[in-house]
Design a protein around this ligand. Structure first.
Ligand code: CA
Length: 412
């Protein structure tokens, strides 16, 4: 009943990671993702399919003690439930291979290992280092087979779990290959619910962890998966932003804030709460002097700090029009027109304050905001990070000679 060698080994010996002597794992010279993917497809996948054929059972009421020579563990007992869980694991592994074939994972094993060794194995670093990680491989779309394998895994897992949970909890029964009980019961219940949620969501909108999730677009979309995740470097994008709150309808009815919260809860989102947070993501590859708040790497007149407070791209020139526009607004009295300044700012809570200064001569600035007033409520922007505000002069333009307004941001 055992797994053939190909299925036991996820990688041939030449691909197994070695140690550099300092406790850091390193990829062997020459190993690459294409070879690993090919090995998984030509060796491991057929072995898993063969296993599944061997594990199909009609009988359910048996209990089979295994000898030491038959298993790697002592006193192992196997019954219908154990076999179903084995089958579920086999299907889950098949699903992983199908997805690996679908995605272009040639981004680099070494890069991933280096991240792990630097304790930087977090989404923001992975996405930054490997922009192609979630790109699909051309001509190797196995998403339909992935879906089948996931749903088979769930079906087998639920059957196995149900059988195991009805076992009488005796000391002998704890020698089973798989055991569910005690402190594991709660975790296992979550696992069961998640497996059901994922499996059903692959068929259409389904409840998963309290949210409505629809994974069918992921099975057919031509959009690179990378584009469904927060963009970290793009112009006008900030790290706490998902580009589309519904993730191309994978999260129907979901809001940007909910999407961000789920991503954050799962360690997939890096929230920016200070200039230092922002600089770590957007300027991490720059020299120390170029990371300074008053540096201007792209020579666009915006210091790094200004790029941060207005969510601009510090490595690509921006223009003032992207941040603020001017205009004339009607006032309370008919015929009155008021000079107004509209700009975007980061939403609270943030340790930055934005003030509108007023001046008659470009020399003596009134910093009190006594001459201006906020028009209407701030307008949240689609990214859930910025908001647009409009300030206008309290006095109408008629009678004024000239006035200058500017936005000043302070904080850290
Ligand atoms: Ca700049």
């Amino acid at each position: 009943m055992g797994y053939p060698d190909g299925a036991r080994r996820a990688a041939p010996p030449e691909f197994e990671t070695s140690d550099d002597g300092l406790g850091n794992r390193t990829a062997p010279a020459g190993a690459n993702a294409s070879q690993a993917t090919a090995y998984l497809s030509t060796e491991v996948l057929p072995a898993l399919l063969s296993c599944e054929n061997h594990l199909q059972l009609l009988a359910s009421g048996f209990s089979l003690p295994m000898t030491d020579s038959e298993t790697a563990n002592r006193w192992t007992t196997v019954d219908f439930g154990d076999v179903q869980i084995l089958r579920a694991l086999g299907f889950a592994f098949q699903a992983a291979i199908r997805m690996n074939n679908t995605l272009d994972t040639d981004g680099g094993i070494n890069d991933l290992l280096n991240l792990e060794n630097q304790k930087k194995f977090k989404a923001e670093h992975i996405l930054k280092l490997l922009p192609n990680l979630l790109k699909r491989r051309s001509g190797s779309d196995q998403r339909a087979a992935f879906k089948t394998a996931v749903q088979q895994a769930n079906t087998r897992y639920q059957a196995g779990s149900a059988a195991i949970r009805t076992r009488v909890d005796t000391a002998d029964n704890r020698h089973h290959l798989f055991y569910i009980g005690g402190k594991r019961a709660r975790k296992e219940e979550e696992l069961r619910e998640n497996a059901t949620g994922i499996s059903q969501a692959l068929d259409g909108p389904a409840n998963w962890a309290g949210y409505t999730v629809n994974l069918t677009p992921l099975l057919t979309t031509a959009t690179p998966y990378r584009d469904l995740l927060p963009r970290l470097k793009d112009h006008h994008a900030v790290a706490s932003t998902a580009p589309d709150p519904t993730f191309e309808a994978n999260f129907p009815g979901g809001t940007q804030a909910q999407a961000n919260q789920i991503l954050e809860n799962n360690g997939l989102l890096f929230f920016i709460n200070s200039f230092a947070d922002w600089a770590a993501v957007f300027l991490g590859d720059q020299s120390a002097s170029d990371q300074a708040p008053d540096a201007d790497i792209d020579s666009d007149g915006f210091t790094n700090f200004a790029e941060y407070v207005f969510a601009l791209d510090p490595l690509g020139a921006s223009s003032p029009e992207e941040v603020a526009t001017q205009g004339l607004l009607a006032g309370a009295n008919p015929g009155d027109r008021h000079f107004a300044l509209t700009f975007v700012r980061r939403k609270a809570p943030l340790n930055v304050t934005y003030r509108v200064w007023v001046c008659d001569d470009l020399t003596s600035w009134d910093t009190t905001e006594a001459q201006v007033e906020l028009v209407g409520a701030p307008v949240p922007q689609a990214d859930d990070v910025m908001e647009q505000v409009t300030y206008r002069l309290k006095l109408p333009v008629a009678g004024l000679v000239r006035k200058f307004l500017k936005v000043v941001a302070n904080g850290f």
